[in-house]
Write a protein that binds this ligand. Structure first.
Ligand code: NAP
Length: 426
């Protein structure tokens, strides 16, 4: 029998308990493992729980869960940095494997926790931390360990993908789409972490670090959200053959590794352009595998608990094998590319005066910054005149210099929107 100590029994933890009870014999038949919940740590002992609990199993003493002699592995599903972080470390130091779905904890304390687990020879598994039910952590760190991955692009936040899909398909405003997401339970009452890209940045940090073997900390991931996007620009992007997605991007060039999060226009034939609603997807490119797409439910009790359960089964097998846990991930120092050096195309919407010489002045601003223009189209006339410009590829700092110069021109009333354009499918 493998005894499980569970920290947190909310959306994911509560589902895990139900699955371990309901599917116990099916899991035993398939894996030969007898998995049982020994202790469950929660904040409130009075809360109604959607599962049966044996006497003495539920506690608010979280250390007692980790320390219990019949707890052989610890599953952390509380979220947040503390006390989750210290409990995870406590379990590792006691030689107990740890499974967590906590992206924030891994993105911020990953190197320390992974090093502690590796020196103690116990697994630290976090398949559910990115993409919920989508298997992506194990593919990046194990299955694809022999591939020279060049880039990873992810739609890793279901809330924002739902909002963007509503805006694109129904012309809904950002505010109305957010309200609909909240009504359907896709968005938290406080959606800040989702809509500002902060949640996706933690996931980008993990994806980049695993894909390239160089640790990219959470604070080294530049992030922008979707809260400034208008339905008008999303529709304009569609007319040009693009779909707007909030992307977590990690790539490796000769200069080093870079991870970032921002809304970007993808060509409509890119595999990620077809990912609608709250679905998540991660696209991986490399010379040998060409392109891989992992897609599915990125959140929710059942999908996420399935990923956690897979890790529990893996860790239980290691316990029974009795050997030092296999080293799954190793990081080596590497260059992190400054965000200003990132090369992309930009979509820029300018509100301009409708008068002779406007185009020459605008072209001059781009030329001075050494950014060339791929296409320019005018919509409307008079006070409503606007230009939609797509630049050729240039460094972020050059594109910013061009926009700063545009803002200084009298004939530019407003730089209405900027959206980066990500590359073709291969
Ligand atoms: N929900 C998803 O779809 C999803 C998807 C992927 C990853 N995750 C990750 O999975 C983890 C859990 O998410 P969740 O949605 O299941 O969270 P949740 O529903 O808020 O549940 C959190 C659980 O942890 C307990 N808890 C929190 N802080 C505690 C503290 N200081 N002391 C004792 N107990 C504490 C709560 O106790 P009470 O029940 O007594 O309040 C609750 O049982 C997070 O790291 C999250 O990022 C979630």
């Amino acid at each position: 029998m493998i005894g499980i100590g569970l920290l947190g029994a909310g959306t994911v933890g509560g589902t895990l308990v139900r699955r371990l009870v309901d599917d116990r014999s099916a899991i035993a038949t398939k894996t030969g493992l007898d998995l049982r919940i020994t202790k469950i740590g929660v904040r409130s002992l009075d809360k109604a729980r959607p599962f049966e609990i044996g006497e003495g199993v539920l506690t608010d003493d979280l250390n007692a869960v980790v320390d219990h002699p019949d707890v052989h592995l610890v599953v952390e599903l509380m979220g947040g940095l503390e006390p989750a972080g210290d409990l995870v470390l406590r379990a590792i130091e006691a030689g107990k494997p740890v499974i967590t779905a906590n992206k924030e904890l891994i993105a911020i304390r990953g190197p320390e926790l992974i090093a502690a687990a590796s020196s103690r020879g116990v697994p630290l598994l976090f398949e559910a931390a990115v993409g919920g039910g989508i298997p992506i952590i194990r593919p990046l760190s194990e299955t694809l360990a022999g591939e020279k991955i060049t880039s990873v692009l992810g739609i890793v936040n279901g809330t924002t993908n739902y909002i963007l899909t509503q805006m694109a398909e129904h012309g809904t405003s950002y505010g109305d789409a957010l309200a609909a997401a909240q009504e359907l339970g896709y968005a938290e009452p406080d959606p800040t972490a989702d809509v500002t890209g902060a949640d996706a940045a933690a996931k980008a940090s993990i994806l980049a670090s695993l894909a390239f073997g160089t640790w990219v900390g959470r604070d080294q991931v530049h992030h922008e959200g979707i809260d400034n996007l208008s339905a008008e620009d999303i529709t304009a992007a569609q007319r040009l053959g693009y779909t707007v997605k909030l992307l977590a991007i990690a790539d490796q060039t000769d200069a080093g590794v870079c991870a970032r999060v921002y809304p970007a226009m993808l060509p409509n034939d890119h595999p990620l352009a077809a990912i609608r609603g709250a679905t998540n997807a991660v696209y991986v490119a490399g010379p040998a595998i060409d392109q891989l797409l992992f897609a599915g439910p990125g959140a929710g009790g059942d999908p996420t608990a399935t990923a956690v359960l897979g890790d529990v089964i893996d860790a239980a097998r290691e316990i029974l094998a009795g050997a030092q846990a296999a080293l799954r991930i190793q990081f080596s120092p590497g260059e992190i590319v400054d965000f200003g050096e990132i090369v992309t195309q930009w979509y820029i919407r300018l509100e301009v005066a409708d008068q002779p010489g406007v185009l020459a002045q605008i072209a001059g601003a781009f030329g001075d910054a050494q950014v060339s223009i791929e296409s320019m189209s005018q919509e409307g006339r008079g006070d409503a005149a606007r230009l939609i410009i797509i630049t050729h590829q240039a460094k972020e700092r050059q594109q910013r210099a061009a926009v700063a110069a545009l803002e200084g021109l009298d004939i530019v009333r407003d730089v209405g929107a900027i959206i980066r354009v990500e590359g073709p499918t291969s």
